[in-house]
Write a protein that binds this ligand. Structure first.
Ligand code: BEZ
Length: 211
């Protein structure tokens, strides 16, 4: 069954390149990024894992723990990590699940049989500290993900979790945000003292409140 936004992220135990984990325990109070790769020793996946490792400090800044999954075994993962380190000029610094029995892939509906019977698609799940799923993305094997976009969405998720706002198209950190429709226009000044614009009665903007 597909995992939907707001669902509790299914819990599991798994072997990883950094030892056995229980997912929920491992997450603790952090945000989580769980993402799948079709297979080890494949070119696009090599660049994706390298990019993720290079962005470690960006994930840490946002209190996000990163966990990769692919349906190969531990020995394969460990050998491949050396190639990733060498070719992407980095050190893989997050665990990769060895999901040979496809337990995690099945639990998270990461195998889409009409795309490929056995390999996972490129799934992304962002999980909040409440263990609820905040974002899902699905890319085909042939398209590498944009990790700046994943960071941008996490910024939006974390901001909108704390303020009655939403982020508009192409928003990035520091841009104006949209005031939630649940806030009456007359109540905006008390909640957003930095000012606001009423473009239409339903479209009100304000500077990013935590900047
Ligand atoms: C890749 O990571 O390059 C890849 C994996 C599976 C199918 C196609 C590309």
């Amino acid at each position: 069954m597909a995992i939907r936004l707001g669902d509790i992220a299914p819990d599991f135990s798994a072997q990883t390149t950094e030892g056995p984990i229980n997912f929920h325990e491992w997450l603790g109070d952090s945000w989580g990024l769980l993402f799948s790769h079709p297979a080890d020793y494949t070119p696009v996946c090599t660049t994706e894992l390298g990019r993720t490792a290079q962005l470690k400090s960006e994930f840490e800044k946002r209190n996000v723990k990163v966990l990769a999954v692919s349906v190969d075994g531990l020995e394969s993962h460990k050998g491949w990590m050396q190639d990733i380190n060498e070719t992407q000029n980095t050190t893989v610094n997050f665990p990769i699940i060895a999901d040979e029995d496809r337990k995690v892939a099945t639990l998270y509906d990461m195998i889409h049989p009409n795309a490929n019977d056995t390999l996972t698609v490129r799934s992304v799940f962002v999980i909040g500290p409440d263990k609820k799923v905040k974002l899902t993305l699905t890319y085909p094997a042939s398209t590498g993900r944009n990790f700046q976009e994943i960071l941008r969405v996490i910024d939006s998720l974390q901001l909108t979790a704390n303020y009655s706002i939403a982020t508009p198209a192409d928003w990035k950190e520091g841009d104006d945000v949209v005031v939630s429709p649940a806030i009456a226009t007359e109540d905006i000044p008390a909640k957003f003292p930095k000012g606001h614009k009423v473009i239409k009665p339903y479209l009100r903007t304000t500077p990013q409140p935590n900047k």
